[in-house]
Design a binder for this molecule. Structure first.
Ligand code: ZN
Ligand code: ZN
Ligand code: FE
Length: 748
């Protein structure tokens, strides 16, 4: 006789992570009857049994969840008993709103890896092996609820053996939607010119041979194609750079195992944890070795571990133990994920293509993270993280926030949860703009959003492609200023809706309230009240506007305009090129000259004064160069930066350079000066406004040295708490979340 009957609703990451089989086994252990099903709100459970048993069941449900699952909310309500005779997994129900969280893609698990390497197992060497604990999710889902007919695996009917496993609640592959085997599943082929090597083992072996002989292979992965080559083969890496038109931007590496990782970079415990995290991101860490052409002028290497069964098979088969594994794209275009596009775009780059038959539903790049003094910093949020919800935003409205034009991401708020898309890219490229539109459609379709009732949020920049797209949509529109969005992203992640905080937003570029190029902004305010600008970097002229962002001497021409006793910078030791003089003339006559408070351009100016006088080949390059230089300096103390007035700071840089002080020491004192200046302003304003919370955001906070200096100095001021971004990037990848959070307040 059942004396307890409960209806349990669970929200969180509970689909596609082995949750229903886990519930099934748990119910059987406790002798309960009822059912479990995937709903569009998450997972729903009905259990009947003795009160003790249902209590114990509930306790274990909360405490022993499968490793990849995350329960955000669990409610249990008593209901009338229906006197079930058994416990079953029943069909998904599809009539309520789809606010269920979709699981990110998962790396191959230990059990599957064991089978992969076991010559007696029927999936020995099978590159698509997976189970309820591992394998593709987001990258194969075409609709919700997560069931095989709504995935890119729908074209491969299960063989009897796989069907048995899929239907057996006690099997590891029970309801594993992408389950497959060599009998019934997709396979890989190697295309080398006209020659096609079929069959998984032969295709993989031939790929290994090509990689060992210094060739470049396009390899289909989870969320797109990679270009791979031997990282220790300088000729191969140089060829990759030349063919990809990627002059200096660092390449990421995939390494055989943890030992190889340790041999290449310095990892502390936190770094190792990130590297082996279920998201398997690219982790940036200080290099131990120099690999020619992999990361020029950079003390860091980006490393990831193999995460698909195919990657393991390549390394097991003898591939070089460190492979360059970079997104398959031409310079700044988005990652290729469809076979035809890959062949078309990579034809002149890759020597051969290792193509898997399983289609990729959507493009998902590798994520990039780094350890920092405030915890891990996500620099690019994509595979392994997207599209998890990152914040709760309490609003009745459905909000679509379109982000910024650089490092674009999109945030959709539905059912009070903020889902942030994977990294999309820089929207000035037409391909990326197409990816942007596709991602919007994808998210709106996935969550069955009523487009008529959508609130669309965009940046205040009138020239942004994302702004123009927003304005073309038939929806209620809200504009949010860029740097307020940066600050809001931090507070939203910390669920701090009424906390009045000091927001420090140090950035490269953003459209200000006055039409100037902002990027050194200090705000006081709260998510539920908005943010008032209370301080900012001393305004400088910027000849050429945003175009100056690629040429440090051009930024310098503006920033040095009202510095005292400026020497001729076209002379040694500065040796600025003629373009500097031209930019000075523009600035003096106010032709094509804008006003800026950009901290990014301030860093560029310092970099120019210390020797970076050429054009950048990727965004942020000069600031990264300056940070690397500063890391090799040993000088203590910093230059003064009173009330964010950069003049004494830059005058000191010029003075010391003329005096022959090593540039590394100057770079270090510059960083220390910025850190101390920011902290002085923070302390003053926090006292004045009686605040105890400080939110740091903006692209400048990707600078790990600056963060370390701020962190160590702030320890002396323990009455203040300093928050940084955790789940979204401090760069413009976090803008869409901040926009959504501020819009939720503005609609009320
Ligand atoms: Zn597995
Ligand atoms: Zn099969
Ligand atoms: Fe920004």
């Amino acid at each position: 006789m059942a004396d307890s009957s409960l209806n349990i609703q669970i929200r969180g990451i509970v689909q596609g992570v082995g949750f229903r089989p886990f519930v099934y086994r748990l119910a059987h252990q406790h002798g309960l009857t009822g059912w479990v099903r995937n709903g569009e709100q998450g997972v729903e459970i009905r259990v009947e049994g003795h009160g003790d048993a249902t209590e114990a069941f509930l306790a274990e449900l909360r405490s022993c969840t499968p490793s990849a699952a995350r329960i955000a909310e669990l409610t249990a309500n008593p209901v009338a008993a229906e006197h079930f005779t058994s416990f079953e997994i029943i069909h998904s129900q599809g009539d309520t709103r789809p606010t269920v969280r979709i699981s990110p893609d998962l790396p191959v698990c230990k059990a599957c890896l064991r089978e992969l390497r076991d010559s007696r197992d029927r999936r020995h060497g099978y590159p698509y092996i997976n189970c309820t604990d591992c394998g593709p999710r987001y990258s194969i889902i075409q609709g919700l609820p997560y069931d095989r007919p709504l995935t890119t695996m729908k074209g491969w009917p299960l063989c009897p053996a796989c069907a048995r496993e899929y239907a057996d609640p006690l099997d590891r592959r029970f309801h594993a939607q992408p389950v497959a085997c060599p009998e019934c599943g997709p396979e890989f082929h190697l295309h080398n010119g006209e020659h096609v090597t079929g069959g998984n083992a032969a295709a993989i072996a031939a790929t290994v041979e090509l990689l060992r002989s210094g060739k470049i292979c396009a390899i289909k992965g989870l969320g797109g194609y990679h270009l791979a080559c031997d990282a220790r083969c300088a000729d191969a890496v140089r060829a990759m750079r030349e063919r990809k038109y990627r002059k200096e931007k660092p390449f990421a590496l995939m390494v055989h195992d943890l030992d190889t990782a340790h041999a290449l970079v310095h990892f502390d415990e936190a770094g190792e944890q990130l590297l082996t995290d279920v998201a398997r991101p690219i982790v940036l860490a200080p290099a131990r070795v120099e690999l020619p052409h992999v990361a020029p002028d950079n003390h860091e290497l980006g490393i990831m571990l193999p995460y698909t069964p195919l990657h393991h098979l390549l390394f097991d088969g003898g591939a070089p133990d460190a492979l360059v594994m970079t997104s398959a794209n031409r310079s700044n275009e988005p990652l290729a994920y469809l076979d035809d596009d890959a062949f078309e775009q990579m034809g002149g780059i890759a020597d051969a293509f290792l193509v898997g038959e399983r289609p990729i539903a959507r493009r998902v790049d590798d994520s990039v993270v780094r350890c920092g003094p405030f915890g891990p910093v996500i620099l690019r949020r994509a595979r392994g993280y997207a599209p998890s919800a990152v914040a709760r935003i309490s609003t009745q409205h459905t909000i679509l926030a379109l982000g910024a034009d650089l490092k674009n991401t999109i945030t959709l708020v539905v059912g009070g949860q903020a889902f942030v898309s994977q990294h999309i890219g820089d929207l000035q490229h037409s391909q990326a703009l197409r990816a942007f539109r596709e991602t919007i459609d994808d998210l709106l379709n996935m969550y069955e959003v009523d487009r008529e009732r959508l609130v669309v949020v965009h940046d205040t920049h009138p020239e942004y492609a994302s702004t123009r797209h927003a304005l073309s949509l038939p929806a209620t529109k809200i504009a949010v200023q860029h740097h307020r969005a940066h600050t809001a992203s931090v507070l939203a992640e910390h669920d701090a809706w009424d906390e009045v905080a000091l927001g420090i937003s140090l950035d490269g570029t953003g459209y200000g309230d006055d039409g100037a190029i902002w990027g050194g902004e200090v705000f006081v305010g709260a998510l539920n009240a908005g943010f008032e600008r209370v301080a900012h970097l001393r305004p400088a002229k910027l000849p050429g506007g945003d175009a100056a962002a690629t040429f440090p001497p051009q930024a310098a021409a503006g920033f040095l305009g009202d510095c005292a006793d400026l020497p001729d910078l076209t002379e040694p030791p500065f040796d600025f090129p003629p373009r500097y003089t031209e930019a000075r003339q523009l600035a003096d006559r106010d032709i094509r000259t804008f006003v800026t408070t950009s901290t990014g351009r301030l860093f560029d100016t310092a970099a120019a004064l210390l020797g970076f006088t050429r054009a950048m080949t990727f965004e942020g390059q000069a600031a990264i160069w300056l940070e690397q230089l500063a890391r090799t300096g040993t000088a203590d103390g910093g230059y003064v930066f009173p009330d964010l007035d950069y003049r004494p700071l830059l005058e000191a840089v010029i003075h010391d350079r003329l005096a022959g002080v090593p540039t590394a020491d100057i770079a270090r004192r510059f960083h220390a000066g910025v850190a101390a200046g920011v902290i002085d302003v923070t302390l003053r304003l926090c006292e004045q406004h009686e605040l105890r919370t400080v939110a740091l955001s903006g692209g400048v906070f990707q600078n790990a040295l600056l963060l370390e200096m701020i962190h160590s100095r702030m320890r002396r001021h323990s009455h203040l708490r300093v928050w940084t971004n955790r789940d979204v990037p401090p760069n413009d990848g976090g803008i869409s979340l901040g926009q959504a959070a501020l819009a939720a307040h503005l609609i009320q």
